[in-house]
Design a protein around this ligand. Structure first.
Ligand code: IPM
Ligand code: MG
Length: 354
């Protein structure tokens, strides 16, 4: 199993260091792992003037899976768009064809008090958000700046989905729902957008191949509301790139902390890039405050989705659960009665439980 490790920026290197401990423990237990690190994001820009340096892309392409920390930092905000760290993550998604982004929002029972929502609203929550990741207004052309007929400057982007793009992400939605509660909610803005009307039409057509799955449709504004009103109504949500970006951040807060949430971005053959949902958190860099659990849980997703190592994945998840049950918490989790630990201590605790 060849894994490219791209720590990135901000707290990226700190949380990746903890995930590496877990990987090394699995390796010494017999998993055949090959790990190689490369600069990415702002670190890629600093080293090679490019957020996705050629050598990094080559390594990622040659690997079976990619583990990412986080990218971005205020010092890079002044750069032209092509050199910004975010461009590195967008390009690697596109270059590797990682069209299916799986973002589970699962509430660990131990953290029910940490959610900003009432316990009865969120306890037992287990929603899978499937976000299309290589299309939509993120990548649609044309885009840019121009001067209109009234001599006013304007900025514009293009929201666009092709039928094959919708079909393949819808299939991921349906097959995921088949393995879970068999309910799929497709989120769009069909009452306003032509792209969404087409999206809904195609998803409805794909549904014919999955008669056991109950398909519903929901407008994105309503979905945003329902996620905080009654989130347990959802099993699997499938949606486009931008709506998925927004809803997955919202869903993360239901679980108490965005510092807990892993993600997988998969291509057609389940090669994947795995990363925490949270960002580079420049405000807490170097303070031993970052929560490494989202990254460690991303490893579990990697073992499950790319390497079909369900048992090893479960070992990691169980270790995390036991550490939470012991009362250990990093600073991002606001909850009384817990023992506050730093990034490295949390990683070591997971390791001990492994
Ligand atoms: C995410 C992030 C990225 C996105 C940014 C960093 C480009 O917000 O992975 O959700 O918008 O996709
Ligand atoms: Mg986002």
């Amino acid at each position: 199993m060849k894994i490219a490790v791209l720590a990135g920026d901000g707290i990226g290197p700190e949380i990746i260091a903890e995930a590496m401990k877990v990987l090394q423990a699995l390796a010494s237990d017999g998993l055949k792992l090959e790990l190689e690190q490369a600069p990415f994001g702002g670190a890629g820009y600093d080293a090679h003037g490019d957020p996705l340096p050629e050598a990094t892309l080559r390594l990622a392409k040659a690997a079976d899976a990619v583990l990412c920390g986080a990218v971005g930092g205020p010092q890079y905000d002044v750069l032209p768009r092509a050199q910004r760290p975010e461009q590195g993550i967008l390009r690697i998604r596109k270059e590797l064809g990682l069209f299916a982004n799986l973002r589970p929002a699962v509430l660990f029972p131990e953290l029910v008090g940490a959610s900003t929502l009432k316990p009865e609203i969120v306890s037992g929550l287990d929603v899978m958000i499937i976000r299309e990741l290589t299309g939509d207004i993120y990548f649609g052309e044309p885009r840019g700046r121009r001067v209109n007929a009234r001599q006013e400057r304007e900025g514009f982007d293009t929201m666009l989905y092709s039928e094959p793009e919708i079909r393949r992400i819808a299939r991921v939605g349906f097959t995921t729902a088949m393995k879970r509660g068999r309910k799929l909610c497709s989120v769009d803005k069909e009452n306003v957008l032509e792209t969404s009307r087409f999206w809904r039409e195609v998803v409805t057509d794909v549904a014919k191949d999955y008669p056991q799955v109950t398909l519903t449709h929901m407008y994105v504004d309503n979905a945003a509301m329902q996620l905080v009103r009654a989130p347990k109504q959802f099993d699997v949500i499938v949606t486009g790139n931008m709506f998925g970006d927004i809803l997955s951040d919202e869903a993360s807060m239901l679980t108490g902390s965005i510092g807990m949430l892993p993600s997988a971005s998969l291509d057609e053959r389940s090669k994947g890039l795995y990363e925490p949902v949270h960002g580079s958190a420049p405000d807490i860099v170097g303070k031993n405050l970052a929560n490494p659990l989202a990254t460690i849980l991303s490893l579990a997703m990697m073992l499950r989705y790319t390497f079909n190592q369900d048992e090893a994945a479960k070992r990691i998840e169980d270790a995390v659960k036991r550490v939470l049950a012991q009362g250990l918490r990093t600073a991002d989790i606001q909850e009384g009665g817990a023992r506050k630990v730093g990034t490295a201590e949390m990683g070591d605790a997971v390791l001990a439980e492994l």
